[in-house]
Design a protein around this ligand. Structure first.
Ligand code: BTX
Length: 324
């Protein structure tokens, strides 16, 4: 409905359109028109409202995550060739899964808000309106299902690489968190639909806190945002940059089996290699030293009896000794 309101106001060109006229044309009440206009203003639309004249659009927001804003002269082969942008949705991952079978490889779903954003293992992901990037990509790689977890590492590598190119000093907390100053700024949720031999599709969900200044109490100690860390970067630039970085690393892996470029970034920007960390699994908590990320993308650790072990992503959660 909000897109229709924008279209109607735009069709009126430089003239004001009254609330009454809008409600007549769109078949909704004047109160509903007012509510939508309020949200549009919150989203950054500069809409002039003058008593007895109505509404006029002065400027569209540059930072809205629409197809036009993101894909203008974007240098990719298949990522983001189709983008669906929502004002609000339950979860971009859930929606992406519901349309994945009929969708093109590289389709991206983005929403300004998620009402049921998800983390791993059914955890909640806070996704307030226009404060972050809540997006999912539908991927259809021709690889064996066991190779799919590496795509989480590719996503992590492309996020830090994109952020660092935009001047943000961020790190990867293997396998699926991006952190700044020991706090979580982004998370990755990879979901797979597969048969024994082949992948039907992968939904790669990425959540990045961009503009949030105040987090709910439950996560205020562990979460941060780019704005909170004094990085005022446009969401559109971040998404564009991630898509480009991701496609490069992903095609290296899918088409040529190359992992080196991803692993190099994961090691170079690792927040945990060389440090003591806690490994959490169910109710158990073990203090170990993190040694490396090996060529399979698994974490290599030394436990307290000095034994070297390999940990696969998805098995565990990790906490730093200091901070998150
Ligand atoms: P995770 O399970 O590693 O992290 C979830 C945990 O992180 C929560 O239990 C909570 O403690 C904390 N948390 C929740 N919200 C936030 C937040 N906004 N910032 C920092 N910490 C938070 C990480 O799972 C994977 C998250 C993927 C989110 C994307 S958004 C687009 C896509 N759609 C969807 O439903 N999920 C993905």
């Amino acid at each position: 409905m909000r897109e229709k309101i924008i279209e109607t106001i735009l069709n009126n060109q430089d003239e004001f359109i009254s609330g009454e006229e809008l409600s007549k044309q769109l078949g909704i009440s004047r109160a509903a028109v007012w509510k939508h206009i309020k949200v549009l203003k919150e989203q950054g639309y500069n809409i002039e409202s003058v008593n007895k004249k109505g509404y006029k659009l002065v400027k569209k927001p540059d930072d809205l995550l629409t197809y036009n804003n993101i894909c203008h002269e974007l240098d990719t082969n298949f990522m983001g060739r189709k983008i669906e942008h929502f004002d609000t949705i339950c979860s971009t991952n859930d929606y992406a899964k519901s349309i994945a079978s009929e969708s093109l490889d590289g389709t991206i779903i983005i929403s300004e808000e998620q009402t049921k954003g998800k983390g791993r293992l059914g955890r909640q992901w806070h996704s307030k309106i226009s404060e972050g990037i809540w997006m999912s990509a539908i991927l259809k790689p021709n690889i064996s299902p066991y190779k799919a977890p590496f795509i989480t590492l590719i996503a992590g590598a492309s996020i830090v690489s994109a952020l660092n190119k935009l001047g943000v000093n961020s790190q990867i907390k293997w396998p699926n968190d991006i952190i700044i100053n020991n706090k979580k700024v982004a998370g990755i949720l990879t979901e797979l639909s597969a048969e024994i031999e082949r992948i039907n599709y992968i939904v790669l969900g990425i959540g990045i806190n961009v503009k949030t200044m105040e987090f709910s109490q439950e996560i205020s100690e562990i979460a941060t945002s780019l704005y909170k860390e004094n990085y005022r970067i446009s969401r559109v630039d971040i998404v564009r940059s991630i898509i480009v970085e991701f496609e490069r690393l992903y095609l290296d892996y899918i088409n040529k089996g190359l992992k080196e470029s991803t692993l190099k970034i994961c090691r170079e920007y690792s927040a945990i290699i060389g440090k003591e960390i806690y490994i959490l699994q169910g109710d158990s908590k073990e203090l170990v030293k993190c040694i490396d990320i090996n060529d399979q993308g698994n974490l290599v650790i030394k436990d307290n009896s000095d034994k070297t072990r390999e940990i696969m992503s998805g098995e565990v959660s990790i906490r730093g000794v200091k901070g998150y």
